[in-house]
Every structure is written in C-alpha cells, then in structure tokens.
Design a protein around this ligand. Structure first.
Ligand code: GLP
Length: 240
C-alpha cells in the first residue's frame, strides 16, 4: 500500500484527477471503475477542467459504476447513474455503449450482477478502480462482513451507510439494497486508488492503515493488492 498525503482536500482531488488522466493518456482504451459520493465531486470536476485545458479523449474508455441503488426510478437524481451523468459523462466524450451501470431494473438481479462481471471481462478487466470509503470501511457498497472474494451482487445496506447517505438524498429514503461490484471484483483491477478527505474519515483511515486485514473493515482487503494507493488530505490522515 502506498500512501500519499496532500495538505488539503482540493489538492488530494487534483492528485486523483491527474491519475485518471494519466491512465487514459497511457492507455486510450482503459477500463475504469468509478465511485460516486461527495468525496468524488472535486475529483471529477478537476478531471473535466483539466480536459478542457489539455484535451483528453474518452471515446474508447470503458466506465463501470462501482455500485447502484435498487428501488429508485430510472433517472432518479439520487441514483448513481444520474450522479455519474451529472459529474462525469455529460462533460467528457464517453460513448454511450462504453458506460456501464449495474442493471438494477432487471427482473433477475442475480443474473444482472453476473452479466456485469461478464461485461467487465469482455473489456479485458478493470485497469483502474477509483474508490471512496464509507464511515464503516465499506468500498462500493461492500459492507462489513463482505467476503474478500465476493463478486458483483445484490447487497443490503447497513443503517450506518443509510444514515450517512441520507444528507444527499433530499426527502427520499435511502434504499435498503443495491448492486455493488464485489471486493474480489475490485481486487481484480490492475490498480486501485482510494481517496479519503476530511476529519470524518480520520477514524476509519486509522483503522484501515494501522489495523489488520479483516472483513470488519472491507477496505482493508485492498492492502493485499500489489498496486493499491491511498490518497488522503491532512485531516483524514490525522490519526495515522
Ligand atoms: C457511498 C458510496 C461509496 C462511497 C462512500 C463514501 O455509500 N456507495 O462508493 O465511496 O459511500 O461516500 P462519501 O464520499 O460521500 O463520503
């Protein structure tokens, strides 16, 4: 595990945006797993700004959302599909057919999860996965107890995650379930990068960095990955 600590959250976001653009410059047909969440807003903003100044072609890049809520209507602004449209896809020249979101509207959600894994394989696997972290250590929506070899599947959200995601849901209830890439799916990526910023993440980052690998902290599985980078700001790093 490599740890990079930047002074501020905006600087940490710029570092990650730079890593995404480097990946695309290096390999024009990269396959990238994209996280959602408040932490990522500044990353995608910077990626878009950077692309305006120094054009970057996303035409052959394949994007896979890490997760998606089950139970929201198509186009619901709270869905992760809408988040990624708003923060990423509406601004960069991704081809529609290269954008992949778990099909939470399928009749058979297990089959849809299996098909998502197949799609990743068809794209020759993930080159890079961008992750945030939940207050309980979740990555994607792999909650504590998730198996290290878990693949894309339907999961139940913990109350802690539902509470924490409430503030971005408006008046709506946070869904009870979602489809998420598994920990095994994430670990199969060539490179994994996790960004955590702000004091609220300091405690979980301390557990992640100083603790053992344990399913109690799903993100800790990343420590066994040979190319895992943790990007932090000083606030998130203050307990390590
Ligand atoms: C959400 C998302 C994760 C995200 C995490 C942290 O539940 N499913 O992908 O990394 O929680 O979110 P935030 O960046 O808003 O703290």
């Amino acid at each position: 595990m490599k740890i990079k600590i930047e002074n501020t959250a905006p600087e940490a976001a710029i570092t990650l945006a730079q890593m995404i653009s480097n990946q695309v410059r290096l390999k024009a047909n990269s396959t990238i797993g994209l996280a959602t969440g408040r932490t990522m807003n500044a990353v995608y903003y910077n990626l878009i700004e950077k692309t305006k100044q120094n054009p970057l072609d996303f035409e052959n890049v394949s994007a896979f959302a890490i997760d998606e809520y089950i139970g929201l209507e198509k186009g619901d602004p709270n869905s992760y599909a809408s988040y990624l449209d708003l923060h990423v896809f509406n601004h960069l020249n991704f081809k529609k057919e290269n954008i992949h979101i778990p099909n939470v509207f399928a009749k058979d959600l297990d089959l849809a999860s299996f098909e998502y894994e197949q799609k990743i394989k068809e794209c020759n696997g993930l080159d890079l996965v961008i992750l945030g972290i939940g207050l309980n250590g979740h990555i994607g929506l792999n909650e504590p107890g998730s198996a290290e070899d878990s693949r894309t599947r339907v999961v139940a959200l913990t109350q802690s995650t539902r509470n924490s995601n409430k503030s971005v849901m408006g008046k709506k209830q946070v869904p009870l379930t979602a489809i998420t890439m598994g920990i095994g799916t994430i670990l199969s990526a060539k490179k994994c990068v996790l960004l955590a910023t702000g004091e609220t993440k300091a405690e979980i980052i301390q557990k992640l960095v100083n603790g053992d690998i344990s399913s109690k902290i799903p993100a800790s599985a990343l420590k066994q990955h040979k190319d895992f980078e943790l990007i932090l700001d000083k606030d998130a790093a203050k307990l390590i």
